[in-house]
Design a protein around this ligand. Structure first.
Ligand SMILES: C[S@@+](CC[C@H](N)C(=O)[O-])C[C@H]1O[C@@H](n2cnc3c(N)ncnc32)[C@H](O)[C@@H]1O
Length: 257
């Protein structure tokens, strides 16, 4: 960390450590598990790209699907594995987490569905990476299989930036401390489609003394998935479904042969 700013999901970063605490209270994700579950045939198989701590993968395995969760970040996978270890044996047996990069998928199997939830696909650049990502997805879908990708609506994300120093969110932590998210700055480069949001994660005591502060940068790329999906042989299934205030889920199908 040379700039003093960690990228999101770094091993020692607060965005990874407190991911579950924060997303559990993020109402913009309400309903996403049901939406993905509704796209997979009963008892079917699903590959989740960027599975993180297992927020989606675990409930899908609990609902009877066989789930492979792939992620690049050891910090997130370690939490996912810990949660898997606490599941009933039959659920844990339907679930595996693997370290990997969605830009070079080579799992040697095909799935009934591939899902990329909570803006995961937007962590890699459309211009340089989506061609490989979509080709990999198409190779890992069985004929008739579906891709669901939740992508940000950048116009909504940049519409009204908060003032620097604004408190965005505060919650007690499980060990009696308090976690606050403070807005530092955001930038959007329209030419490259790159959106950067810098936040301070501040841990403090219940009485307000600051214990630690981690400055972290969340980077997303804006892009239209349709041409990439089409080039990979996937066809759109209707219009994107709005999910949350600043995102939509794009659904594609690999035509049955
Ligand atoms: C916003 S989290 C989503 C986690 C989970 N899918 C959910 O909905 O809660 C994005 C995840 O994508 C992962 N990720 C980012 N780039 C990746 C890549 N190139 N390959 C695989 N995973 C990646 C990050 O490590 C992170 O865990």
């Amino acid at each position: 960390m040379t700039s003093g700013i960690r990228p999101y999901y770094a091993s020692d970063g607060a965005s990874a450590i407190h991911y579950d605490l924060i997303t559990a209270q993020d109402r913009s994700l309400d309903g996403d598990i049901d939406l993905y579950a509704g796209l997979i045939p009963a008892g079917g198989s699903v590959l989740e790209l960027g599975a993180g701590t297992g927020r989606i993968a675990i409930p899908l395995a609990e609902r009877g699907f066989t789930v492979t969760g792939l992620d690049i970040a050891p910090s997130m996978l370690a939490q996912a594995e810990a949660r898997r270890g606490a599941l009933p044996d039959d659920v844990a047996a339907r679930l595996r987490f693997v370290r990997g990069d969605m830009r070079s998928l080579a799992l040697g199997q095909s799935f009934d569905a591939v899902i990329a939830t909570f803006f995961t696909l937007a962590h890699v650049q459309p211009a340089t990476a989506w061609k490989q990502v979509f080709a990999g997805i198409a190779r890992h879908l069985r004929p008739g299989g579906r891709l669901a990708a939740h992508l940000p609506l950048v116009d909504k994300m940049i519409a009204t930036p908060p003032a620097a120093g604004s408190l965005l969110f505060q919650t007690p932590t499980t060990d009696g401390d308090s976690l606050a998210l403070i807005f530092v700055e955001q930038n959007y480069a329209a030419k490259s489609g790159r959106f950067d949001l810098t936040l301070d994660y501040v841990l403090g005591t219940a009485t307000g003394d600051e214990r630690s502060r981690s400055r972290e940068r969340y980077t997303l790329f804006h892009g239209d998935p349709a041409p990439f999906a089409e080039r990979a042989g996937l066809r759109p299934m209707g219009e994107p479904l709005p999910l949350g205030t600043s995102g939509a889920v794009h659904i594609f199908e690999k035509p049955a042969v």
